[in-house]
Design a protein around this ligand. Structure first.
Ligand SMILES: Cc1cc2nc3c(=O)[nH]c(=O)nc-3n(C[C@H](O)[C@H](O)[C@H](O)COP(=O)(O)OP(=O)(O)OC[C@H]3O[C@@H](n4cnc5c(N)ncnc54)[C@H](O)[C@@H]3O)c2cc1C
Length: 422
């Protein structure tokens, strides 16, 4: 098995595949060390679900890498996977590294665990000069937390996703003045706990339904214009406010890192930005699995680890089962799972009824916040397979529901709808 990416998803998949009987596993990581994005997240709040303790990102990464010791799992850092060439039984993966150059390896199964990257200013097209001092929040996080460089003194944050919120607090703790966090939507994209702990606790204003419409400054950012937006997200004339800042941090969305996936011809889901997967995290190409942020952007690393363990276990079952012919050809009854009213996306998108374990977990995000209790329904249009009550939900928080295999097997038709009702 070859795992692409040595973040929590890649490590979780490798460890689980080993525990489930696979002997030869290689993890390829382009960075100099394992751990992925966790290495730059020095704040706490990781691991509460999985380890039952509150850890920082590097501590969480340390727990995962510690589990590699003595496992026999091979690691190649400072090595970039350049392409995947799917085959019938064996897939070819081509790599590049400074010490070994270009080479290709053959493998029976691949786990995609490449994580995600941030959207940049170019992606959202903010007008203005190209002065220094405009960074993504993640880049600032890396400079401040790993490289030891402070990135500015007077800061404005665009976007209220978790990374933006956490960096608003981090910059404050490091001595900068954060003037505001500006959010184009009428609601924050971050976890409720982060709004309280990162903005409210430090008196940083959150300007909802606002955006930055101009960045000014010659060599360095000097001033930004912030405007209110209307219901169609267009700036409202006459609402201009000016902030004298030297730094703009952008936290305007994460994009699953799927260039390799697309080039390999794997079917994608435009809603998640990741590959379409079956109940066991297998993609549309047999023997290629996906997990973590490359599959869907997660808010909690604990779920990344759980998901990657499922992918690693399934990849091991695929290789071992293939050898004993126990791994059946594609099932005849495949059900598509489709997001209905109020749901932005759902994983898995397809389930093979004869491959289900006792329970199946559906991860989903809602398209807008609901502050009153709502019912989440899964059904075939006529019958309800499962229904769950949620006191409140927000697009920034990934939700999940668990459904019994027996319930799903009773469903008719080829589409299961996940919807929200009052
Ligand atoms: C900038 C940023 C900041 C974040 N901050 C937080 C936070 O503060 N708190 C929080 O809970 N969550 C945070 N997250 C979410 C976080 O990504 C997840 O919780 C989790 O770490 C995702 O794990 P992963 O293994 O899927 O991805 P990652 O941790 O991103 O790991 C993916 C790994 O794949 C490697 N890789 C990618 N492509 C290749 C290739 N072609 N060849 C070889 N290696 C490759 C990358 O170098 C990386 O190490 C952040 C995400 C980002 C992008």
């Amino acid at each position: 098995m070859l795992v692409i990416g040595g973040g929590p998803a890649g490590l979780g998949a490798a460890i689980s595949a080993k525990e489930n009987g696979l002997s030869r596993i290689l993890v390829v990581e382009r960075d100099l060390e394992l751990g992925g994005i966790l290495n730059q997240c020095v704040h706490n709040g990781f691991g509460l679900h999985y380890f039952g303790e509150e850890l920082t990102g590097p501590e969480y990464a340390g727990r995962m890498t510690g589990r590699l010791e003595g496992s026999g799992i091979e690691i190649l850092c400072d090595t970039m996977v350049l392409s995947i060439h799917p085959g019938q039984d064996v897939h070819r993966v081509c790599l590049m590294s400074a010490c070994s150059g270009y080479r290709c390896l053959d493998t029976e199964t691949i786990v995609l665990a490449m994580g995600c990257r941030e959207r940049t200013r170019g992606a959202i097209g903010i007008p203005g000069t190209r002065a220094a001092g405009i960074l993504t929040a993640g880049t600032a996080q890396r400079y401040v937390n790993m490289e030891g460089y402070m990135v500015g003194k007077r800061v404005i944050v665009l976007g209220s996703g978790d990374i933006g919120l956490i960096m608003a607090r981090r910059m404050t703790l490091e001595g900068a003045k954060v003037l505001a966090c500006v959010e184009i939507m009428p609601f924050s994209g971050g976890l409720a706990r982060n709004i309280v702990q990162c903005l409210d606790d430090y008196g940083i204003p959150l300007l909802l339904s606002h955006t930055i419409t101009e960045i000014g400054g010659r060599s360095r950012v000097e001033r930004v214009t912030v405007q209110q937006v209307d219901a169609s997200l267009q700036p409202v004339e006459g609402t201009e406010r000016y902030f004298d800042v030297d730094t703009v941090l952008l936290s305007v969305g994460l994009i699953p890192e799927n260039e390799l996936t697309r080039e390999a011809g794997i079917a994608m889901d435009p809603r998640t930005g990741g590959p379409l997967v079956f109940e066991n995290k297998e993609t549309s190409i047999r023997g290629i699995f996906a997990c973590g942020n490359v599959l869907q952007v997660h808010d909690l690393v604990d779920y990344v680890t759980e998901e990657s363990e499922e992918a690693g276990k399934a990849a091991a079952a695929y290789v071992l089962g293939k050898a004993t012919a126990a791994f059946a050809p594609p099932a005849d009854r495949i059900i598509d799972v489709t997001p209905g009213k109020g749901i932005a996306c759902v994983i898995p998108q397809k389930i093979r009824l004869d491959r289900l374990e006792e329970k199946i977990r559906f991860f989903f995000r809602v398209s807008e916040p609901s502050k009153t209790p709502k019912r989440v329904m899964l059904g075939d249009g006529e019958r309800v397979a499962a229904s769950f009550r949620r006191p409140w939900m927000a697009p920034g928080e990934m939700e999940h529901i668990k459904v019994d295999r027996s319930t799903l097997q009773e469903m008719q038709g080829e589409i299961l709808l996940l919807t929200i009702e009052d």
